[in-house]
Write a protein that binds this ligand. Structure first.
Ligand code: UT7
Length: 332
């Protein structure tokens, strides 16, 4: 076992969104909705849907290749890959194993992590702690979801909200103290899974002709309840992580929240007393891409020059489970 290393830094970011842009007007041709309703209730204008035959692992590989290039490392140096997804290529083997092979990585540790829309933060937390242990040196962390594969295009209350995409970061252990991923908090409450779930296709309700006929392989959501919980838990977990690291909200340079609904982000901003200008949002163009969402916004913000060395960046998410999490980064 190598020696303990104090810091874990992000050395490269990457993102991928499929080419196929689907506007709100396009959605209005499929379900009884309108551009005005979707924009005013969610802030979404368009989303991307994967092409025929394009899987979660294909999107993950594209985002990962970009992150690897940005980090300037050789693929052979990566010794850990975690894929946060709730729409894996197949129930097993893991999408991480498929990514390992498609990217030509070594025979390294590869696994999927399922925490729905909080997956990217859960994976950052898990990956950075595995690096801190000294057992791993360079981790590829991916958030990827092909939400269109589980959307019910007869349910206007859900299908207009989600999109497909992938994002990735390279984490590296570093011996400079006080930089990189300073801390993460993750939490869960599984007492009411039906708030946001896919009823069939797992061990409790395996796929059957009946389950397909009853459209039970698609997302079901109690949007109103999720909305209220999202604002509360994201507010709480944002304050908690700042407080336990002796920061206040005024010291935060940029917040990257899970991109689910602009009204949720507005309410979060008010709750933690930060102006919206301190948030980076792109849900207008991508919708809710679940596990990909935070990384997609992080990559965009970084490439747009919104994140500079020394900046304090707060990531915050919530999702099915319920799950939630926050990560505090001192950008290096
Ligand atoms: O990553 C976590 C994922 N989940 C979320 O983030 C969801 C959180 N929740 C939300 O974002 C919001 O609750 C929604 C966007 C899902 C819904 O917004 P809302 O303001 O809570 O609307 P609502 O559910 O109260 O629906 C208002 C009306 C209803 O009609 P009635 O009953 O008032 O006549 C709905 O049937 O809007 C109707 N409606 C629609 N109308 C046009 C629902 N979906 C649509 C639609 N187009 N797509």
């Amino acid at each position: 076992m190598s020696q303990f290393l104090p810091s874990v830094i992000i050395t490269g970011t990457g993102a991928y969104a499929p080419a196929n842009v689907v506007t709100n007007d396009d959605m209005a041709k499929i379900v009884d909705t309108s551009d005005d309703w979707i924009r005013s209730r969610s802030g979404i204008s368009e989303r991307r849907f994967a092409g025929d035959g394009e899987s979660t692992s294909d999107m993950a590989v594209a985002a990962a290749a970009q992150a690897i290039d940005a980090a300037g490392i050789d693929r052979s140096e990566i010794d850990l890959v975690i894929v946060a997804t709730m729409t894996p290529d197949m129930p097993f083997p893991s999408t991480a194993c498929i990514v390992q092979s498609k990217l030509g990585l070594g025979n390294i540790t590869a696994f999927d992590l399922q925490a729905a829309c909080s997956g990217f933060i859960y994976a950052l937390n898990t990956g950075s702690n595995m690096l801190r242990s000294g057992a791993y040196k360079k981790a590829l962390i991916i958030g990827a979801d092909k939400m269109s594969s589980v959307l019910d295009f007869e349910d206007r209350t859900t299908c207009v909200l989600f999109g497909d995409g992938a994002s990735a970061v390279i984490l590296e252990a570093s011996d400079s103290a006080g930089v990189g991923i300073l801390d993460s908090i993750t939490g869960s409450d599984g007492s009411n899974p039906e708030l946001l779930y896919q009823p069939a296709g797992g061990s409790s309700l395996p796929a059957s002709t009946e389950s397909v006929t009853a459209r039970q392989h698609y997302i079901k959501m109690n949007g109103k309840e999720i909305f209220k919980l999202a604002v509360r838990v994201m507010g709480q977990v944002s304050c908690d992580i700042l407080e336990r690291n002796d920061y206040n909200t005024a010291q935060v340079d940029l917040v990257i929240p899970h991109q689910a609904n602009m009204r949720i982000i507005d309410s979060l901003a008010k709750r933690i007393h930060l102006p919206l200008e301190k948030f980076h949002n792109n849900l207008d163009r991508f919708g809710n891409t679940s596990g990909a969402s935070i990384g997609l916004a992080l990559d965009e913000a970084f490439r747009a020059g919104r994140i500079r060395t020394g900046d304090l960046v707060l990531l915050v998410a919530f999702g099915a489970g319920l799950t939630w999490g926050s990560t505090l980064i001192k950008w290096q």
